[in-house]
Design a protein around this ligand. Sequence first.
Ligand SMILES: [Zn+2]
Length: 643
Amino acid sequence: MAGGKLDYRALGVKVGLEIHQQLDTRHKLFCECPAELTDDEGDVFLRRLRPTRSELGDVDPAALFEWRRGRVYRYHAPPGHSCLVEADEEPPHPINREALAIALAVAMALGSTIVDEVHVMRKTVIDGSNTSGFQRTAIVALGGSIEVDGKRIPIETIVVEEDAARKLGEEGRVVDYKLDRLGIPLIEIATAPVIETPEEAKNVALAIGRLLRLTGKVKRGIGTIRQDLNVSIRGGAKTEIKGVQKLELIPKVVENEVLRQVRLLEIRDEMRRRGVTQELLDSLKPVDLTSLLSGSKSRVIRRVVKAGGKVLGVKLPLMKGLLGREVMPGRRFGGELADYARFWAGVEGIIHSDELPGYGITREDMERIAEALGASLERDAFVIVASDEERARRALEVVIWRLKLALEGVPEETRAALEDGTTRYMRPRPGSARMYPETDIPPEPVTEDLLEEAKRYVPEPPSKVVEGLVSRYGLSRDLAEAVVDDERYKLIVDLIEKYRGRLEPSYVAGFFVVTLRGLRGEGVDPDAIPDDKLAEILDLVARGDVAREAAGEIALYIARNPGASVREAVEKLGLKKLGREEVEKVLDEIVRELRDEIVKRGERAMGLVMGRAMAKLRGRADGRLVAEIARRKIREVLAGSAQ
Ligand SMILES: [Zn+2]
C-alpha cells in the first residue's frame, strides 16, 4: 500500500463488534450434556438440510441456495457429549439457568435493561452447522454501555445462544460436523457501530473480554471467543466479517476492510469516468471460445475441454487494468469477481486479462481471444471460464452482475476472516426473515430468584479488581494489571489463594505474566500449555521438590513436548531439587577451590562464590538457600584463617 496510513476519521469509518464467548457452565444450553469438547468418536448419521420455512412466510434465499447445492451433512455424535437434543430427535429442554444468570450478571455490569421474559428464537442457519437448520438464540438485555479510553461505547444487545457444531472437514458434497460443541452456551455482546479506528476496535474487544473474564464463568483458549465485526466507511457499505479468533488480528482486519472499500470506491469512480454504464454491462454476451482454445497450453483449459466442458469468455469494455488493481494486500479486484463466480456458479475460478499472459495462455492466445470477443487489448479487459457449459455461462453472468454492483459502489456482504487478516466473500448479507419464535420452549420469566443468582457473578470494575489484588496480596500495580488482563486470570487468583503461606503471591503472579509470557521469545506458545500442568509445576515448587527458578524451564520443556508430563520434564531436565545436604556438599567444594580468594577478599567474595554455585545449581536449588549456606561457609573460612 503506497499511500501510507489511511485517515480513518476523515473516511468516516464505523465499526461495530459482536463478541461471542463460550460460557463455563456445567451443562449445555438446552440439554444436560456437559458443555465441553471431547476427542471421543461417535456414531455417524447423515442429513440433508431442509430449507426452513419461516412462519412469516419467506424462505431465506441464502438457505435455499445452500439447499439447492445438494449438500449432505455427516454428523458425528460422541456419546456422553451429545444426546437426542443435538440430533434434533427430541425437543430442547428448558433453557440453562446458570447460563442465563451469567448473561444477566454481564448485563448488570454494563448497565443494560434486562428483559422481563426471555424468549427463545430460531435463527436460520444455512451451512448445516445445526442439525435442526436453525440456531436457538435469546435476547437477555438491551442497551447499556462500556467506557473505553474515556469514550462511552453503547451496547445494543446481550444475547445467549447455542454454539454450532464443530466442522471437521469436507469431502465433495459431504460436510462433516461433530456435535460436541453444538449447544454449548455462548454470550453474544453487540456494540453500536461507533468505533472509529482499527486500534479502538481492538481496545473495545479487550475491555469486553476482560469484563467477561472477571465473571470467572467463561471458557478460555482458542475457539472459545470469536469476534464478528461490521465495518463501513462513508459512501461504502456495511460489511459483516465473521470469525476473527485472535484479538491481535482485529486492527488488521479493520484496516484491510477499510482499504478494500476505499479501493472499490476508486474503481467505481474510474469505471464511471471511463464511461462504463449499467446499460453497457447489460449488453454483454458470453462467447464460446472452446474451439479457439482447444489447442491452448493451459492445463486447466485442456482438462476441461477433454472432459467435454466449454470455455466461455466475455469482453469487459473499457475495463483494462481495473481487474488487476489491488483491493487489499495480496487480493486484486479480479479476485472479488472470482469469489462471486465460485460461490454463485460453483466454478473453480475465472481467468481475467489483467493476469495474462499466464496460466499457459500466451500473448498470441490473448490476441485471438480479443479478436473473437471484439475487444481491444489496449482498452478493454476480458474474463474467461472453463467448466461445464451451464456453470460457465452462469459464472460469466455472475461476473457481470458483480461489475454492475461495482458501478454502484461497495456491495453489502458477509465475509469470512482469514488468518492473515484479509477476508473472503462468504455470502450476501442475510435477509430479515431469519428469526422466528422457538415454539418448543416456553418463555422464561426473569424472576427475583434468577436475578439474585446472577448477582453472584457480576464482575467488579477492572480498576477495583486491580486495587483488590494490590491490597490483598501485595502485588505491584503493574503486576496486578497484568494479572487482570491475563486470559488465565481466574486460575492465577485461585493458585495464589491455594499456595498462600507457601509461595508469595508475587511469585505465582510473576510465573504467569512474566515467566510464561517470556517463553514467546523462545518461539513457543505458552497459551498452549494446559492449566493443570502449570498448576502441577507450582505444586512441585510449593512442596520444595523443584526450585522456584526452575518453573520456567519446566514450562518451556512442556511447551516444546506437548505430550510430556511435568514429572518427565523434571527428570529429563535434571531439575530434581537437591536437599540441603547436597547443596552443602557442592558449596564445600567451591569454597575449598576458592579459599585463597575468600581470604583475600573477605565478605566481598560472596559474589564470586554465588556465581560459581548458581552456575552449578541453577534450577536445582533455591537461590536463597544457596546464599544462606554460602554466607555461612565464607564466614567459617574467614574465622578459620583469622586464628
Ligand atoms: Zn445433549
